[in-house]
Design a protein around this ligand. Structure first.
Ligand SMILES: Cc1ncc(COP(=O)(O)O)c(C=O)c1O
Length: 429
């Protein structure tokens, strides 16, 4: 791209004019799209006074229709709506039969809820490194496998697909289960298959800050009838007795109170229709921004296992060290671009294992000390703040330029010009 006057001028951080002169929309994906369809559905639930998903036949209820639509969109046989992403993970883990004392490998870069869900099943989180894709490093997964490992939990952070081919191959070779955490990647895909549909079970969040939302909510998807039946019973303490959802010949098992309400289902059904539109717009903007910065000195986009499958939530740039990442991000923010570094020492971000205090300190929910102490666990996992140096290094070197569906091609041109301006100033010609 040829340099414009804007790009060769003084940096805004040094008192020059900003490269970004238009207001860049900073909206939350799902909430920004709430409109007539959500309103109509919610009013319908209220007018019918029908707030409980099982008070009407499954095919008439909003939650039932959301489940059917979600399964169709993700390409799985089953979908089960639940009350949150954390509930989805607990339900998914119980669905695939994770037992107390089992080890589950989880990346050091994910929201603390991924580890909490494992602990709530009295299983043991084993923290593995990410690589420059910002997702689970398959080589470190392999190193972390012990005789007690039962499952791997790849987390598609920031809408970025994990290296699912390599993770599934490792799981097959070691006879491990795979539970995908798709909380931040609703609707994204890996080589043409929707995330969540590749492992034994996929778990989504529909919480307020996610790509589509029901305020609070989640979804569990699977192709496996038995996993679905177990998950369904694990999400509702009496489901196994009622025949509301087909549970085959499985005996009733105890369950949680994780049902989704019809009000959430009403919003979710409308939001599901918007999912591909939101992702399609973000992917288009990301492609434009990548074209804008192609060849700019010093700018290296993070590698990806499937750039076309990425949800497009951010363009992630890798720098040689944390200092350069911070310097670039600060100058770019001063130009008016929506940008931040991912890891700043000192800010307790619960998306980074270093700030998972109750995991690192092995703080138990109970007096016996489960899952680490008290009888079931035979391994000897150890945690420390410095146990995943590569994860901390990669995150400290990464700068994320945020993207949302309300940004336009013109916005991306300005953000791209700002990226090039700062790159030229710091890295050369
Ligand atoms: C990666 C990841 N996993 C799990 C969760 C938990 O989802 P929820 O907040 O809906 O319980 C989140 C939500 O922030 C998340 O980002």
């Amino acid at each position: 791209m040829a340099a414009t006057g804007v790009e060769t001028g003084r940096l805004a951080i040094d008192g020059g004019p900003k490269a970004v002169t238009e207001a860049i929309p900073r909206v939350l994906n799902g909430p920004a799209e709430i409109g007539e369809a959500e309103e109509r559905n919610v009013l319908d639930v209220l007018r019918r006074q029908s707030l409980f998903r099982f008070s009407v036949p499954l095919e008439e209820s909003y939650v039932g229709r959301l489940e059917a639509g979600f399964a169709r969109k993700m390409g799985t046989k089953h979908a089960l709506a639940v009350s949150s992403g954390t509930a989805a993970l607990v339900t998914g883990l119980l669905g695939i039969g994770i037992d107390p004392g089992d080890e589950v490998i989880v990346p050091g870069y994910t929201y603390i809820a991924s580890a909490a869900a494992i602990l709530l099943c009295n299983a043991v989180p084993v923290i593995a490194e990410i690589d420059e894709t910002l997702t689970l490093d398959p080589e470190d997964v392999e190193r972390k496998i012990t005789p007690y490992t039962r499952a791997i939990m790849p987390v598609h952070m920031r809408g970025i697909p994990c290296q699912m081919d390599r993770i599934l191959e490792i799981a097959r070779r070691h006879n491990l289960l795979v539970i995908e955490d798709v909380a931040q990647a609703d609707g994204a895909s890996f080589r043409g298959r929707r995330l969540g549909s590749l492992g034994n079970v996929g778990c989504f969040s529909l919480q307020y800050f996610k790509i589509i939302t029901t305020g609070e909510g989640g979804m569990v998807i699977t192709d496996d009838d038995r996993v679905y039946a177990r998950a369904a019973m694990a999400h509702d303490s009496a489901l196994g007795f009622w025949n509301r959802i087909e549970t085959g010949d499985l005996e009733p098992i105890p369950g949680n109170g994780y049902r989704m309400s019809e009000l959430a289902g009403a919003v979710g059904l409308a939001q599901l229709d918007r999912l591909d539109g939101i992702i399609g717009a973000m992917r288009a903007r990301k492609r434009e921004l990548l074209a804008e910065i192609a060849g700019a000195p010093g700018l290296t986009p993070a590698p990806s296992a499937d750039p076309d499958g990425d949800a497009g939530l951010s363009l992630n740039l890798l720098f040689p060290d944390a200092g350069q990442a911070r310097r670039y991000a600060e100058a770019l923010a001063a130009e008016g671009a929506p940008v931040h570094t991912i890891y700043n020492q000192g800010i307790p971000d619960r998306h980074i294992y270093r700030h998972w205090e109750y995991v690192l300190n092995k703080t138990s929910l109970n007096r016996a000390g489960f899952p680490w102490r008290g009888g079931f666990y035979k391994g000897n996992v150890e945690y420390s703040p410095d146990m995943c140096p590569r994860t901390l290094d990669v995150l400290s070197r990464t700068v994320a330029v945020s993207i949302n569906q309300r940004m336009t091609t013109a916005h991306m041109a300005q953000v791209g010009a700002a990226c090039r301006k700062v790159a030229r100033a710091y890295y050369g010609s």
